[in-house]
Design a protein. Structure first.
Length: 98
């Protein structure tokens, strides 16, 4: 039976029990939440720009794979927030043309 809680990742890294994770540089040395870091990673990995807005489901799948501990609601919010506000209306895929 599991008791207690999962130690923070940073503590496990400091103790040498877990490999250090690649961290996105904070904005101008200011604090950045893990959610914002994950959103930056998604933007970089999926090459999201104003002219390349992947389908929300593409982003959802990437987020699920990247962090399976996120709830469905968290994933949906993050996938929405990495796209431009006009994309939430749906029906318009502004992706890369290959």
């Amino acid at each position: 039976m599991n008791k207690g809680f999962q130690p923070p990742t940073q503590l496990l890294e400091m103790m040498g029990l877990q490999k250090p994770q690649k961290r996105t540089k904070p904005m101008n040395g200011k604090y950045v939440t893990p959610y914002i870091e994950l959103m930056y990673e998604a933007i970089e990995a999926l090459e999201i720009t104003n002219d390349n807005q992947p389908a929300k489901q593409t982003i959802v799948e990437w987020l699920k794979e990247k962090n399976p501990n996120l709830s469905g609601r968290e994933i949906e919010y993050l996938a929405t927030f990495v796209r431009t506000p006009d994309m939430k209306k749906g029906g318009f895929y502004k992706g890369k043309s290959e």
